[in-house]
Design a protein. Sequence first.
Length: 281
Amino acid sequence: MRGREFGDAIRALLRAADLTNRAAAELLGWQEAKVSELVNGKEGVSDVDLAKLLGLLRTPPDEFDHLMALHHETHQRDWLQPAKSGVTDRARTLREHEKIATGVTGWSMNVVHSLVQAPDYMTHIINASTRLSVDERPAVISNRIARQNAALDGDRAVTIYLHEQALRLPVGSPDVMADQLHHLLRVSVRPYLTLRVIPTAFGPHAGLAGSFDMLTFKKIPPLVFVESEGATVFLEDQPSVGLYEDVLKSLGRTALDEAQTRKLVTDIIGGEACGDLVAEE
């Protein structure tokens, strides 16, 4: 996973510089295979050589530091990213993999899932964090909106499971909550997006261990993303991923269907008149 992110970033820098692998190699006096190894996320290139390539490609300082750090970890499976690693954009790796995913399935137990949060609701959620400084919050909001735009572009199937508690937990003012619920009704008609709610009346369920996202791909195994207060974790080992697959299968059997979910959201908003809000975008 780290190798893919590293290689994709090098490939993007080459495109931005309008250079092929061969052209970059010639400018550095290398064999083309050396650049190809970097693009494919393989080990074997020294930090000095990587720095030469990144310098040739006029890599911005933050990206330079990110890729130099990532270069040492391209061979490792699974990935724990500490919250206080100095990186505000902890969702970057998630966004990069969602771009190539064929499917994204999310489970959110306590609040509305970040992919379907309305702007004001999102702002209140992020402002409630004790982990983020006031200066960091605007960047996190911007990154979350960027993730929404990328993941919900229609190029992949997205399924979001929510617990009913997430719909009823007050966030901000009543107007903020009403706007969020209306937002769920509006996005629920998108053909590539499925929203399903686990009703409170069901009681204990398979998702009690916490929220997570699963990404599936055409040519590579699925991976799971888990975010906590202290770190984000990506799981690639298939026995672990299989446990989360079992959770999603159980939630699929438990959750209301799409029509029932829209009705529940409408009822929470406060009446049949809100049914008119289920409109085509």
